[in-house]
Write a protein that binds this ligand. Structure first.
Ligand code: ADP
Ligand code: MG
Length: 722
């Protein structure tokens, strides 16, 4: 009888012969409880012993892997009190000296007589060979050409070879694995069967075999995630009654579009069409709009909301901060000025001006009360605001469409709250907008239960922003990028020249993630220094997280009107601030910011027809930091930058906010396995088209695994709610 993963999940590891109570306890510390947990603990890497070298053959500077036995080992302290462990090792013919710095435990680990694999760079001093801080892989008495190296834990005393030994027993006792994926799918995608895959990943005969095994198991992980996401999405569509907005009468929309001082871009047109067809459908829209900074998302948002309003419903727009909400409110009010709506059913032919109001936590109590009354009476057509929109007591008469700006700032529950049903049980349509594009395949996994629209075209007439990296000396001096003191002077001269020409600039202060307070202090210090130094004589303003709302508003007004030339600020200006007259962005300590954030900040300039500049001031202390700044200099395309970001950071951070799909992604990498994400999505769609509830006998195995890996936990529930 072939084994299913569900069965293996039900067998505790203590049932294995090699696992006694002590080992079982240690494994439990590593979250390995069942035989399935064990089986899905995958090798970190492999040692390909066919590529093992003999010491005698190695030349200076060569990277090599050698199998050696420790002859002697000792520890001492260097003059500057560093711990230094020295070992002499042999491969039978030759000996080599190995030195470890700051790794005192090596003395115990590499007791004389221990066999180990060392991987590192060979140094030759005359006839003597030496390696410093090599990678050490203890393989015990493992034999074979390819040796799997497992993540080991010295703390709980589970070594790679322990895991390998357990794995041998599991594989032997499990025998054949049941195959949950229909054979035609495996065939189409050239995938190995399960049994071959589990054997191949843990005990490959060749690297090619390990690779093919990995491919199959990656596919399994991704398929499960996609099946779950696609299924949830369809379930949501099938079970919550949406609103079929009337999109045939386009008078308001046409008037809005015709009234804009510019024609829509092709991308805006396409996305508005996508949204209109969602709105017309009786199932609730649940769409993500990705568009780079300045791509023109606001117009799309207003078109969406206006369509709902024209049909007699209300709209809501939620922004992450009060500053942003106010800006949206001001902008949208002027966009919708002069629009009228029907004044209620009783007065069919009467109209009143379309009412756009603002609700944030700055709204006074009396004003709030008045607003809520009008909202419940249907006298407010569009409510713009912050989290305040989803607080207790905010009742819409008939909410038709919701736009959420800058989604990454909102938790999923908050989105869910706005989607809660109207009194008549209908659920409003939701459009989530983000200016932090993430690569398509990542979006498919992280936001797989949303439809995705992309504004991939910037409005014409923008002059590309010139980005320069102003290198400053690094504290450590390690990764020596030449600092150029002249470049900083040139930068401040640029700021002054632009101000002289009637334009404005931003200076973003160093990011201090650890402490709000420190960040504010540093911003104040920067402000003082610049005001009396580099920017003396200019009108300089300061904005940070602890400035009072009234003062903040005043500063923003002064900046908007041009009375403030240079705005020194923390990242509070990251999103949404729109002052087209600003042409210079200076980001201090730019190496502390992530790619997405830098890109956002840069997007605050280049909003008009003028040439704009972005200066990234910083030193690259790490190679990642260097790669980030170089990417920013090279590209202004948010999607391209998102790819770089994913390459540099991996998916961990991306997935952070949406836990699920994550626990099961043990092997799959959203960057390395991009193509497989797409294939898995496609397969999931085909399978569910065919068999929506996964009740076909051919799919029962898949259904059981979905429950097993992604079943009843809060995350799948919140995905449903979202
Ligand atoms: P986003 O929110 O996507 O960053 P905005 O909606 O704030 O971008 O638009 C950025 C600027 O581009 C605004 O000043 C807006 O008026 C302008 N804009 C939007 N669409 C177009 C277009 N089709 N042609 C020209 N300018 C546009
Ligand atoms: Mg915007």
């Amino acid at each position: 009888m072939a084994r299913t993963l569900v069965q293996l999940a039900g067998i505790p590891v203590s049932e294995l012969k090699g696992v006694g109570p002590a080992k079982a306890a240690s494994l439990a510390e590593l979250e390995i409880h069942s035989v399935l947990d064990l089986l899905t603990t995958y090798p970190r890497r492999y040692i390909d012993r066919t590529r093992e070298a003999r010491l005698a053959d190695l030349g200076e500077g060569e990277e090599a892997m050698v199998l050696v036995t420790v002859e002697s080992i000792s520890m001492r302290r260097t003059r500057n009190r560093k711990v230094m462990v020295n070992a002499t090792v042999t491969d039978g013919d030759r000996t080599m000296k190995v030195t470890f710095f700051n790794q005192p435990w090596r003395e115990r680990q590499l007791a004389p007589g221990t066999s180990t694999i060392l991987f590192g760079r060979i140094e030759r001093f005359g006839n003597r060979l030496q390696m410093t801080n090599p990678i050490v892989d203890l393989i015990g008495d493992r034999t074979g050409r390819i040796i799997a190296v497992y993540p080991q834990s010295e703390k709980v005393r589970i070594m790679s070879w322990d895991l390998a030994k357990f794995m041998d027993e599991v594989l032997e006792r499990a025998g054949e694995f049941a195959e949950p994926v229909p054979p035609h799918i495996l065939h189409t995608h050239g995938l190995a069967d399960r049994t071959t895959a589990f054997r191949g990943i843990h005990a490959p005969e060749s690297m090619a075999e390990a690779e093919s095994a990995r491919r199959r198991l990656v596919f399994d992980e991704l398929l499960r995630v996609q099946l779950a996401l696609v299924r949830r999405k369809r379930l949501l569509e099938a079970t919550s009654p949406g609103i079929a907005h009337d999109t045939t009468d386009t008078a308001s929309l046409d008037r809005f579009v015709d009234g804009l001082p510019f024609p829509l871009t092709g991308a805006q047109r396409r996305v508005v069409d996508e949204i209109l067809s969602d709105l017309a459908r009786p199932t609730p829209m649940h769409r993500l709009l990705q568009g780079d900074v300045g791509a023109g998302k606001t117009v799309v948002a207003v078109a969406t909301l206006l369509t709902a309003i024209a049909g007699g419903r209300q709209g809501a727009l939620m922004a992450p901060t009060a500053v942003l909400a106010e800006q949206h409110w001001l902008g949208i009010r002027s966009l919708l000025e002069g629009f009228e709506v029907g004044a209620g059913e009783a007065q069919l032919f009467d109209t009143r001006p379309l009412a756009v109001e603002l609700l944030t936590n700055r709204t006074g109590a009396a004003e709030r009360k008045r607003l809520l009354g009008r909202l419940a009476a249907g006298e407010i057509d569009l409510l713009v605001g912050t989290h305040a929109l989803i607080q207790e007591g905010v009742e819409f008469a008939s909410l038709g469409a919701v736009v959420i700006d800058e989604q990454h700032r909102f938790g999923v529950e908050q989105r869910a709250a706005l989607r809660s049903a109207n009194a008549d049980g209908t659920v409003p349509d939701v459009l989530v907008m983000t200016a932090t594009p993430i690569p398509r395949t990542a979006a498919m996994t992280v936001y797989g239960d949303l439809d995705v629209s992309v504004l991939d075209e910037l409005p014409p007439g923008r002059t590309p922003i010139v980005t320069e990296w102003v290198r400053t000396p690094s504290d450590t001096g390690e990764l020596g990028t030449e600092a150029d003191p002249g470049a900083e002077a040139t930068m401040w001269a640029r700021v002054r020249a632009e101000v002289d020409a009637g334009r404005q600039a931003y200076v973003v202060c160093p990011l201090i993630e650890e402490s709000d307070k420190l960040e504010v202090a540093s911003a104040e210090e920067t402000f003082e220094r610049l005001r009396t130094g580099e920017l003396a004589g200019l009108s300089v303003g300061l904005l940070h997280g602890r400035v009072s709302p009234a003062e903040k508003e005043q500063t923003m007004d002064l900046f908007r009107s041009g009375s403030i030339h240079v705005l020194v600020a923390t990242t509070v200006i990251e999103v949404g601030v729109d002052v087209p007259n600003a042409t210079v962005m200076v980001i201090l300590d730019a190496d502390r910011f992530g790619i997405a954030q830098l890109h956002q900040l840069r997007g605050r300039v280049g909003r008009g027809a003028q040439q704009s500049w972005c200066y990234l001031v910083g030193s690259a202390i790490t190679s990642d930091g260097e790669a980030r700044l170089e990417a920013l200099v090279r590209s202004t395309d948010g999607f391209e930058l998102a790819e770089v970001d994913l390459d540099l950071r991996g998916e961990g951070t991306l997935m952070g906010q949406r836990q699920k799909g994550r626990n099961d992604l043990k092997l799959a990498s959203l960057r390395r396995d991009r193509a497989w994400v797409e294939r898995a999505r496609q397969v999931a769609i085909e399978v569910l088209d065919d068999d929506p509830d996964l009740v076909d006998p051919a799919h029962l195995g898949l259904a059981a695994e979905l429950d097993l890996f992604l079943g009843d936990d809060e995350s799948s529930e919140y995905l449903l709610k979202s």
